[in-house]
Design a protein around this ligand. Sequence first.
Ligand code: SF4
Ligand code: SF4
Length: 216
Amino acid sequence: MTVNKKTPEKQSPQTACRRCGTCCQNGGPALHGPDLPLVRQGKLSLDALITIRRGELAHNPLTDRIESIPYELVKIRGTGREWCCCYYDAARKGCSIYGNRPVACGTLKCWQPKETLALVGQDLLSRLDILGEAHPWRAVVLEYERLCPCPDMGEVHNKLMDQQYSILSTLEIQISTDLAFRERVVSDLNLSLDEELFLFGRPLFQLLQGIAGGIQ
Ligand code: SF4
Ligand code: SF4
């Protein structure tokens, strides 16, 4: 009796983009120096950007870990509650701003990530870089950072894991200060939610909800 063994199909190594969209669905790119003209020329609008502040937790592709980031970065925001890049066109499985996509997008080769990884943390654009010297919103960004700096969320996470609940009273004050600042400035400048997320990133209470979900 012969046994009919199926030969497993050999997959050829990937050498080109298959346009699956996974990299865009995983989140929009951080902006780098060469992307500044895209913002200044209005090809990337401020309300399509979100700020991740120094101290927030984020995935570090170099270590493949979630860590507090040691610098501020500004990236293209997600869609609704998802991180999927807001410029990703799911119906066409493509980028809706292809000719004006940020420099990091041009390096995306999931089968060969060296070029993308080399950009991590390098020549990043901050909110102040993007706004420039004369923008009227510059002053509120500086005021916000003075009054409401983002705590090191990795440290906060570790303290809560160690049941050091004494930090909760400090966090409570920081959350209130953060919310009061936003309420005042959003009303004074008549900001949309997307503009608020560019200027101030996500509110502290949301960042804490993110880590509380992981602690339980
Ligand atoms: S680079 Fe890779 S993950 Fe991104 S769309 Fe192409 S095949 Fe998909
Ligand atoms: S800007 Fe375009 S290429 Fe870059 S992540 Fe968004 S959809 Fe993808």
